[in-house]
Structures are given as structure tokens and as C-alpha cells.
Design a protein around this ligand. Structure first.
Ligand code: AMP
Length: 363
């Protein structure tokens, strides 16, 4: 059997594009399914232009590919189940279903993987909010469809209940206790169905709920870093993981609390392209192909800065002044406000001196 495969990627944004680039380096061919024929992946792969829930298009993709993968979790799991052949989607649709719904996700994390999550309860209507203890703070999150802070309401007093009740009556939710974390961190882990490999711990700084800066290694104790990595490995092993997964966590003074998982390469892992000997995209491709996985080494401490639509000019100036910064632009045609257009990775031991593009401008 040829070692050259045809890999079908559902979603042709920047994550799909960077997966495709890794796959192409390894000699594989990539076909992407994306509603936009000029999506970022169109620069590096063939594109089947169709909606993600178009079962005929999914079938067309499945028919011409050896292996399928996805760049984001809101893929139609039933549609995929209807078209995939045995073993064609190594990540499986179960992982998709877990990460599409916070109720399944919390249940998986706390009961199956047995890792620590913030105390939570399932909320099916505002009645479930009637008896909450308002001496504590909470975050109410819709079970499905939320991202980057959308579909969420922080509850710190009775005044927040009107909006929280409306959210609870509009959709199934989970109510989590608010975690007073020191840092937000994440760990990338990749599996090949048997073994896993884990990346260094990433420290993430968000602005307006959008990732702005990632610092690696995260500025936490070795003990907490080892614990964070062990948690990511435990989750991956529980899933018999194939491909790359990102585990987002909160680091408190003495504990690590898991927030959520993303069953794909993640924005906070982009630094790995230059700063590690294998990137999260390389190990994703190796993992979904069931190939042996390398141990990961960080060459040097690194910082990644996101470039949003409103930062493009500042980023262009920055790389002219700092030619050792690695610029990635995803090839998106329109620079909309808050749209992720690219990122920059640089090596630095002084992450506080690496200033985010938007800082002082639009935040
Ligand atoms: P999420 O959509 O779950 O990633 O949440 C978006 C952001 O809200 C996170 O990056 C945190 O900054 C914040 N957040 C979410 N859940 C909690 C929590 N239980 N306690 C404190 N902050 C939270």
C-alpha cells in the first residue's frame, strides 16, 4: 500500500490550511470541503465548495479520500456517520459529539476522564437558577453553539439574574462556578489511536474573549505544568485519541481545572510551527494516519501574537521592524474587525516585552 494518502479536511480556514501544509510536506494530497471556494485552504489544496451539512458533498469527499479529518468541532456528526467507511475518520464522531455539547463534555471530563472541572450543574430552564447560592459567582453557558464567550453570562449578583434567566429559557445550559484563576493555560496533545505525545504548557491571554497572545512555556511551577500535561494525557488516553486535541484549563495557585477541549489543532498551539521540532499540525496528520508520534521538544521560549482584522497594518510594520519574527498570513480576502487574519511567532525570554498588536489601540 502506498504511503502517500489523500486526506480530506472538513473546513478550509487557517487550521485546515496549516494541516494541509503539514500533510503536503509529508507527501500527501489534500482535498478540502468548505462553503467558500476561495477559503484559506484553497491556496494549498483542492476544494469541494459546499455547505458542511451537505451529505452529498461529504460523500463525494469520503469517496475520494483515504482518511478524513476536520478543522472545527461543529461538523454534522450524523451526516459524517452516514458517509464514512470503517476507520475512515480516525478521530471518530463520538469526540465530535462530546465537544459540541458542554453537557456531554462536562460529563465526559468529570465522570469518564475523571479530571477536575469547575463545580457545575445542568440548567434546562430558569427554574434551575431559583435556588442558587448568590454568595458565589458563576458563569452560565449555553450547552451548544457558544464560542469565544458568546452564549455566556457571568452571574455575580441578583442583578445578573434577569439576563441569566432569559439565557436559561432560550437554550439548555450549564452553570459553572466562577474560577478565580491566576492564568489561563492550554495543552496540546496528539494521539495515533495507541500512543500520545504532548506539547509544552501554553499560557493564553485573551482580549474581548479572543486569544491575543500565547506564551510558552507558561509561567507556572514545574509541578503544575507536569500536572497540566498529565491531565491532557489522561484525557487523550481515555479517548484513544487520534489526531490533535487541545485541553483548555485554568491554573490557580495550587490546582489545574479543565475548562474545555477542542478536538483539533488550536490557535494557542500555532507557536509550535517554529518553536517545536514538530508542530501541532504535523502531529495531527501523523496521528490521523496512525503513524508513530515523535516526542516534542521546545527549541526556545516563544510568544505568539494573533493578528486580527484591525491589526493587519500594525503587524506589517512590526515584522518590517522585527525581521526575526515569523509572520503567518492566512490569505483571507477581507480584513473584518476581530477576524483572525494571521499570527506572528517570535522567540523571546521576555514575554511581557512582546506587546500585543491591539494593546492601547482598540482594547
Ligand atoms: P469558554 O467559552 O468556556 O472557553 O469561556 C470563554 C472564557 O470565559 C474563558 O477563556 C475564560 O476567560 C472565561 N471563563 C469561562 N468559564 C469560566 C469559569 N468557570 N470561571 C472563570 N472564567 C471562566
Amino acid at each position: 500500500m502506498s504511503s502517500t494518502k489523500t486526506i480530506g479536511i472538513i473546513g478550509g480556514g487557517q487550521l485546515g490550511q496549516m494541516m494541509a501544509i503539514s500533510a503536503i510536506y509529508m507527501g500527501h494530497k489534500v482535498i478540502t470541503l468548505d462553503p467558500a471556494s476561495d477559503c484559506p485552504s484553497s491556496r494549498v489544496s483542492e476544494v469541494i465548495a459546499a455547505p458542511y451539512d451537505d451529505v452529498d458533498a461529504l460523500r463525494q469527499l469520503a469517496d475520494c479520500c483515504d482518511v478524513l479529518t476536520y478543522e472545527f468541532e461543529n461538523v454534522d456528526a450524523d451526516g459524517l456517520d452516514a458517509v464514512i467507511k470503517d476507520g475512515q475518520l480516525p478521530q471518530g464522531t463520538e469526540l465530535l459529539r462530546i465537544s459540541q455539547n458542554r453537557i456531554f463534555e462536562k460529563d465526559f471530563l468529570s465522570n469518564k476522564a475523571q479530571v477536575t472541572v469547575a463545580p457545575y450543574k445542568v440548567v434546562t430552564s430558569s427554574l434551575d437558577l431559583e435556588d442558587i447560592d448568590l454568595s458565589k459567582n458563576y458563569v452560565l453557558k449555553t450547552a451548544t453553539g457558544g464560542y469565544d464567550g458568546h452564549g455566556q453570562k457571568v452571574i455575580t449578583s441578583a442583578e445578573d439574574l434577569e439576563e441569566a434567566n432569559a439565557l436559561a429559557n432560550s437554550a439548555e445550559c450549564v452553570l459553572e462556578e466562577f474560577v478565580n484563576f491566576d492564568l489561563e493555560i492550554s495543552v496540546i496533545v496528539s494521539g495515533n489511536g495507541k500512543d500520545v505525545t504532548v506539547f509544552p504548557v501554553q499560557e493564553n491571554i485573551h482580549r474581548n474573549n479572543i486569544l491575543s497572545k500565547t506564551i510558552v512555556p507558561a509561567r507556572i511551577s514545574d509541578r503544575l505544568a507536569d500536572r497540566a500535561k498529565a491531565i491532557a494525557v489522561k484525557i487523550a488516553e481515555q479517548l484513544n485519541l487520534s489526531g490533535t486535541l487541545c485541553v483548555e484549563m485554568f491554573a490557580t495557585a495550587d490546582d489545574i481545572i479543565v475548562n474545555e477541549i477542542a478536538p483539533r489543532p488550536h490557535n494557542s498551539g500555532h507557536y509550535s510551527i517554529e518553536a517545536c521540532d514538530f508542530s501541532q499540525f504535523d502531529t495531527h496528520i501523523l496521528g490521523v494516519l496512525g503513524a508513530p508520534l515523535p516526542a516534542i521538544n521546545l527549541h526556545e521560549p516563544a510568544v505568539m501574537l494573533n493578528i486580527l482584522g484591525q491589526h493587519v497594518e500594525a503587524a506589517e510594520r512590526y515584522v518590517t521592524e522585527n525581521p526575526s519574527a515569523h509572520l503567518h498570513m492566512y490569505g483571507k480576502l477581507e480584513a473584518k474587525h476581530n477576524r483572525k487574519m494571521g499570527h506572528v511567532t517570535l522567540f523571546s525570554n521576555e514575554p511581557d516585552n512582546v506587546v500585543e498588536f491591539g494593546k492601547g489601540i482598540d482594547f
